[in-house]
Structures are given as structure tokens and as C-alpha cells.
Design a binder for this molecule. Structure first.
Ligand code: LLP
Length: 427
């Protein structure tokens, strides 16, 4: 039989892997592969866990759209009462399409373009999280032109040490590109107080992603609260939000899961008496384990004494194994018995196109459907068309029902916007 089931929403019935009430072999036959499959119920449960965990403090949960920006998922979370955290004009567009209003949106990001700032102000977002003095001045200028006062938070680099599975997912260490350096925060706050078209309404941090311990948050929060004192002393009387970013870890393998209850209790204790409303921007925690990537085994082969399992999903569909050397559990939907040690690789013409190296998995043969687990976050959103591979479909399961929420791309989609003959012009 397959490996033990860790993923909420996914379990075996008579040996066959199901997403809630839907058997995944039959689903693959119906919608084709590769396809992402998400459990609506699992997303609801994770959201509820967070709401309960933070119940001890006035708080707002702003789902981080970058983790999975499918309209159906955004709409599901909106119904549950979530806000969103966005990082681009494109994500703003999606959030508005999914029915969010400006008051449910915070806008983060290290390099917001002027047009994006303008779009955010037009949508009247709750907060623009400003990451540099130059950005602050630009927001003020754009808001002035639009005859508005922009509500902003200062994203401060708390400069704490964080341990994440890969250096690429650390953001809150000294010298990183994100946020206002810690020792400049009070000066930038004073500048904000002197500008006529911004209202300094919050402070913000984000320490990294896939963080299982409270330590880095606690340290960062302490540093933010100390800065807040200084900012208030300097006249900042409108700061009412404290945004601690996202980053809460999920279980990919056998890691100890984050204790969200403890996280919520300790955060609430630290914020008691500050008069601040907490904002949390979780992405992965809500959707990470709510999705799998279904893929078909195309071939088996041996090369140089090694076993290869060649599947119809590639690094263009799920980049995390090749980009971060990330672990994703892989198992056949219907195991037939036996174990092998193999490299599970995709069809893309890159040696880095792998899902697992030298991994012990259930024995599989051509035609078998595999589930690549914990693919709900940073899966489809990081997909590309590299090797001219149309993007996969996305499917939502709710109980016994399923529905395609993103159609599989066609070959025509691959050439959308292209011109065989350039539309020449001269300047
Ligand atoms: N807020 C900010 C400002 C962020 O930069 C991020 C993630 C989040 C919230 C949400 O973090 P989460 O709760 O999902 O960990 N592609 C990488 C992860 C990059 C995360 C970037 N920022 C991966 O696949 O592991």
C-alpha cells in the first residue's frame, strides 16, 4: 500500500486515493493530466484553524494571493471572511474579480510600479505596505495627484535570523532587499508624518516562508513594537495595524507541524494593551496541503544503473523540486504493491527537471496515475509554458463534486498575442 496519508482532504478508500469524496483515478481519466486538484473542505478547515488560533486578539486574516491565485480559491476564501495580501496589479485585478473590496486588501511588494500604486489607490485598498523612502514619496505624490490620502504601513526589515528549508524563502534578515532597514524605520516614519497625502496607519514585517517556530516572529514583533513606541513618541498617532506577514509552515514530509494555537496565544499576549489590530498574511498554511498535482507515468527506464520514472508533469508545472530542492511526497493513486528506488522526472529538456531523486516510492508502471502531494501552494502559480507546454488544468473538489476551475491551456493559448510578422514601426 501507499505511504501514510498526511494531507488533509486526501485519503484512501479501498486502496484508491481520494480527494474527499472523489476518486482520483477516475478524476484523472475525466479531466486529463497533469491537473492540480484542490479540496475546498481542506481550505475551509485550515482557515477555521487560523481564525480560532488568533481569536484572542483583534485580527484580520489576509490570504496571500501569491500562494495560489485561482479565482475559485480566492472566492472560496472571501466567503469565509478572509481578506487578501497582494503583490502586484495583476493580483489586485484577480482579487477584485473574485469579489474582494478595497477594504479587504493589503498591498505588499518590494517594487510597486507607479501604475500599480495608482490602481491600488483607485481601489481604496486598506493599506499599501511601503518598503522604501522613495516608494513612500511616490505614494504621496500619486495620492496627491488623485486628491487622496493613502493609508500606508511601513514594512520594516526586522533583521532577525530565520531558518527556512531554502535561503530563497528568507526575507527578514539584515541586508535583504525587502522592507525598510530596521535602523531607518523611525526616520522614514517621521518623513511619512510630514507628508500631506499619506496616513501612517500600520507597521509590517514578513520574516520568511515555511517557518515552523514562533521564535523569529516573537523576535521580529518585539523589534516592531519597540519601533512603534519610538514612532508614537515622534507623533505617529494613527498607527492601528500591525502586520506580521505570512510564512506559517505546513508539513511536506515528517516535519513537526507548526503549533498555530500557541502561535495565536503568544501573539495575542504580546499585543495586549497596544491597541493594535493584528494582520496575518498566510498563504501556504491555507492552501499548501489542500492540493495535489495529478500526473501520469509515461515511461519507465533504466540508465547507468538508475531507475527512472518519467511522468507527464514537468518543472514547468511544479517548479519547487528543481528550484528549491523541495520535497513533495509522491504516491500512486492505486498502488499495486512493491517498492522501488527511482528518480521521478518530467519531460522538459533540462537535467534539473525532476520531482524526486533517488527516492523510495511505490512501484509504478506506464499509465499509472501519481499524486504529487502538498502542491496547493506555489504550484500552479509558478507554472510556465517552458518547452511550449500548455499549462495544466485546476480542479476544485467539494465533497462528492468536482469542477474544473481553470481550463487546461490549448496550443492556441501558447501563441496568444504573438505575431508571425512583426508589426513594424519606427520611432
Ligand atoms: N506576505 C509576504 C509579504 C510574503 O512575501 C509572503 C511570501 C507571504 C506573505 C506568504 O507566505 P506563506 O504564508 O505562503 O509562506 N515560492 C516559495 C515561497 C515564496 C514566498 C514568498 N513570500 C516556495 O515555493 O516555497
Amino acid at each position: 500500500m501507499g505511504e501514510s496519508v498526511l494531507t488533509a482532504g486526501f485519503g484512501r478508500v479501498d486502496g484508491t486515493l481520494h480527494c474527499d469524496g472523489v476518486p482520483l483515478d477516475a478524476l484523472a481519466a475525466r479531466v486529463g493530466t497533469p491537473s492540480y486538484v484542490y479540496s475546498a473542505q481542506s481550505i475551509r478547515e485550515q482557515y477555521a484553524r487560523l481564525s480560532e488560533a488568533f481569536a484572542g486578539a483583534p485580527h484580520r486574516l489576509h490570504y496571500s494571493v501569491k500562494a495560489n491565485s485561482s479565482l475559485a480559491i480566492l472566492a472560496l476564501l472571501r466567503e469565509l471572511g478572509a481578506g487578501v495580501d497582494i503583490v502586484s496589479g495583476g493580483e489586485l485585478f484577480r482579487a477584485l474579480r473574485a469579489g474582494y473590496s478595497g477594504s479587504g486588501i493589503v498591498f505588499s511588494g518590494v517594487g510597486k510600479a507607479e501604475a500599480e500604486i495608482e490602481e491600488a489607490l483607485r481601489a481604496d485598498v486598506l493599506l499599501i505596505n511601503v518598503e522604501s523612502e522613495e516608494e513612500l514619496r511616490l505614494v504621496n505624490e500619486v495620492a496627491g495627484r488623485m486628491k487622496l490620502r493613502a493609508r500606508i504601513a511601513l514594512r520594516i526589515n526586522p533583521e532577525v535570523t530565520v531558518d527556512t528549508p531554502h535561503p530563497y524563502t528568507r526575507t527578514g534578515e539584515k541586508g535583504m532587499k525587502f522592507g525598510i532597514p530596521h535602523d531607518e524605520a523611525v526616520r522614514v516614519a517621521s518623513i511619512a508624518l510630514g507628508l500631506g497625502h499619506v496616513l501612517l496607519a500600520g507597521i509590517d514585517m514578513h520574516v520568511g516562508s515555511q517557518i515552523a517556530l514562533f521564535g523569529p516572529y516573537e523576535m521580529g514583533l518585539q523589534r516592531l513594537l519597540a519601533l512603534l513606541e519610538q514612532m508614537r513618541a515622534a507623533g505617529a498617532s494613527d498607527i492601528r495595524y500591525i502586520d506580521i506577514g505570512g510564512g506559517l509552515a505546513v508539513t511536506y514530509d515528517t516535519e513537526r507541524p507548526i503549533d498555530v494555537t500557541q502561535f495565536g496565544v503568544r501573539t495575542a499576549a504580546m499585543l495586549a494593551g497596544t491597541g493594535l489590530e493584528l494582520i496575518v498574511e498566510p498563504g501556504r498554511f491555507i492552501v499548501g496541503n489542500a492540493g495535489v498535482l495529478l500526473t501520469k507515468v509515461l515511461y519507465r527506464k533504466r540508465s547507468g544503473g538508475k531507475e527512472y520514472v518519467i511522468i507527464d508533469a514537468g518543472m514547468n508545472d511544479l517548479l519547487r523540486p528543481s528550484h528549491y530542492n523541495a520535497y513533495h511526497r509522491i504516491e500512486p493513486v492505486t498502488p499495486v504493491g512493491g517498492r522501488i528506488v527511482a528518480d521521478v522526472v518530467g519531460p522538459v529538456c533540462e537535467s534539473g527537471d525532476f520531482f524526486a531523486l533517488n527516492r523510495e516510492i511505490d512501484d509504478v508502471s506506464a499509465g499509472d496515475i501519481l499524486a504529487v502531494h502538498s502542491a496547493g501552494a506555489y504550484g500552479f502559480v509558478m507554472a510556465s509554458q517552458y518547452n511550449s507546454r500548455p499549462k495544466a488544468a485546476e480542479v476544485m473538489v467539494d465533497g462528492d463534486r468536482f469542477g474544473v476551475v481553470t481550463e487546461r491551456e490549448s496550443y492556441d493559448d501558447l501563441i496568444k498575442g504573438e505575431h508571425v510578422i512583426p508589426r513594424w514601426s519606427a520611432l
